[in-house]
Write a protein that binds this ligand. Sequence first.
Ligand SMILES: C[S@@+](CC[C@H](N)C(=O)[O-])C[C@H]1O[C@@H](n2cnc3c(N)ncnc32)[C@H](O)[C@@H]1O
Length: 812
Amino acid sequence: MPVKTKKRKKTKVFGIAQKKKAPQEKVRADEVLRLLGQGATFHSQGHLLQAKETYLTVLHHVPGHADANHMLGLLALQAENPNAAIDLFRNAIVSNPKEAEYYNSLGIAFKDGQRPMEASINFKKAMALNTNYKEPYLHLAALNIDSGDFSAAEHCLKSAADCFQDDAQFWLRLSIVYIEKGDIEGAYSNIVKLRAFYKKGYAEFYGIELDVIGVSNEDAKKLYAIGRVFEDFKEQRYASLCFAKAIVIDPDFRFSYERFSRACSSNKMFDADSDNYRLVEKTLLACLERNDIGLDGLVKSVLFYSGMENVDAEINAFHSKKGSEDALVYLITNNALLNALTAPLFLLLLNKTIINDIAIETLLCRVRKIMLLALYSSGGSVCSLVERHLLALVAALAHQGFWNEYVYDVSDEENTALVKLKPLIIEKYRNQDEFVLPLLVLAGYQSLDTCPELKDLVLSAQRCNSTMANSNNNMINSNLIIDNNEMLDSIIKLHIEQPAREREMAKNIRQLSKIDDVTSTLVRQQYEENPYPRWASIQQGYPKPIEVQLRMDVYPNKPQNIVVAKSSRVLIAGCGTGKQPIQCATNYADSSLLAVDLSLASLSYAQRQAKSMGVDKIEFMQADILNLVQLNERFDVIESMGVLHHMKDPLKGLGVLVRLLKPGGLMKIGLYSELARKNVVRARELISEKNFSATIEGIRACRQAIMKSSDSVLQSLMQWPDFYSSSMLRDLIFHTQEHRFTIHQLRNIFEMFDLEFLGFVSNSSLDKSNYVQQYPQDPGALSLDNWQLYEEIHPDCFAGMYKFWVRQRKTN
Ligand SMILES: C[S@@+](CC[C@H](N)C(=O)[O-])C[C@H]1O[C@@H](n2cnc3c(N)ncnc32)[C@H](O)[C@@H]1O
């Protein structure tokens, strides 16, 4: 039976008035149900327009239908239109005032519409109508937490936790309330309760972790443990807060910095003006000053906490200034934009990581360009105001350029100005004029190592400047000299000294045998020109038995009889610039490593980094995988990530590695997925169609073409971090040799080499708990048939490539 409705005002759906049509004909109740079901299916599949149409059809047949109004309200919430949602939920309640879910939804709409009082009233109504309904308790508690009323939140959650003993969410939220209140004991006792029925995640490994990280302060340890559980429950914001608080208690607690930076990578931010905001901001700064933690994931958080996200209007105004001079004046006179661009957090970010954000890249390109053109048109001098305000930013751009390997677009106008800039710098130096600013501007376009005419000059200037600073020359502002000196020193170290040290080290790297395979020679050339990847900081692990690392990687599989010898030998086949072997060396206790690669430039970068980090258990060697049998050695563990697919015949390469394994040895392999790399295939087509070369100019031109393209497949490449540096983009889409695989092929390969599949390794795109939910009959997540189906539905889940562990079955 259609629901009878009273005469009501004309309603609006998402702000559009519903036409007041008379119901055309009476429809049967089962037809209404069918339509609602169909709408819900569209809705859950993300076909929101069809869902909306279907719900509207129900309303057309049965004006005021409660469920149809409710579902439309949920759509409005999804469309971030809380006011429309409020009207629709109210319509639903008029038709059916006894349904708790409608009040709960109305509460959410009020909350989203920044009307907390009304939200609270409606959550309470929902709780009163149905005492077994959990949602309103959670929402009311979240509302109280957001408004800082922790006692109310605690009261609400405690009463819910009594009713819903077996629901982890309440213990989790209670821990959050205690963290907010600064009650570490309270939070920890709830986490202990949470763990009692905690079935998923890595909790079983935390004990090992806490044993080895060696923190003596109990509170710091507890906060760390709470943070780890929050991480598993995807409460990243509070996880980062726990790690930040642990750092306050023990500033030497390296693992808390590490986990803080990981948690921040997918963080919802805290409100400005809150203590939590200030604590996270301060901890971010402390993280950026370290080299022993991964910093790549911090970009989004730093952009938020440095205020960059609040200056959109100023950035637009800056871009709207047509002439360079106007833009420069705007930049140094607009405090909001200037403060964001010169915030210590933002400058450190530029100095240490690659910015993977197109809008910020566009802004930085313009800043770099107006500085260059201002210098060009003024004969190399700009007013001291510009120098004072922008010197640090220009120096940071010179760092950023080095890290992204000068991937930013350069216009003809800039190229012309650059040609003139070099002699200007030399002239200024000879005339003892201030030359650091123009030099740093140039270093934002090109590594000083590639400017022979400037290299000697820069080094002697460095000596001379330090003498001047020491003698505290009265003629020149001594603060400026010291600042300039520091900036010059750090650029010289990055652009000139480190590459020089690598060239020296390359002379002493052992070569196994001559590299003469045709494909290996071509691949080697690519990585000699662009060693992959250029990096500054690294996620160092903590030493644990290899077996434990493997178990963490392949979780939820729990393989039997994993035995790794004490003092194990590990081979890293294709070690690149050292990230992978250094991470292994810091993670694998009681092991020694041999790391081989084709490219001497990559190996020497790796060796310099290992040395600077005090990692001394890796031997680096130049070798082709094809020739590794000449080593006359066998290994307990072999890792080859992202390498075999760059060989002419990857299976030949794999065959060599399998032969190098000790009986029962373990292998961790990374191979490209065909399904995940559809955008790469499209880009490779674009490259051959437009004839883009694998040079810096070709890479820049191709990037611009992708940025301007309306093809969404191509555009999706901009979501990948590899889009933001020359060596990474070359590796991604310009590779001289690339194979891609399917899971079906993986299964055949495992059979061919008699390898036991132990499990895929999780990464940011692969959430194995999602797979297990979908395939509960495969709790170890080992069925390759299921994985094949899963990947078809989630084609991006192996975007970081298939990474997996296998074990040799045969004993030989
Ligand atoms: C994409 S990089 C991956 C580097 C490293 N595994 C990582 O994950 O950071 C591929 C590396 O494999 C090396 N490589 C490719 N073919 C090789 C071969 N036949 N023998 C040894 N190394 C090889 C390249 O020189 C390059 O450094």
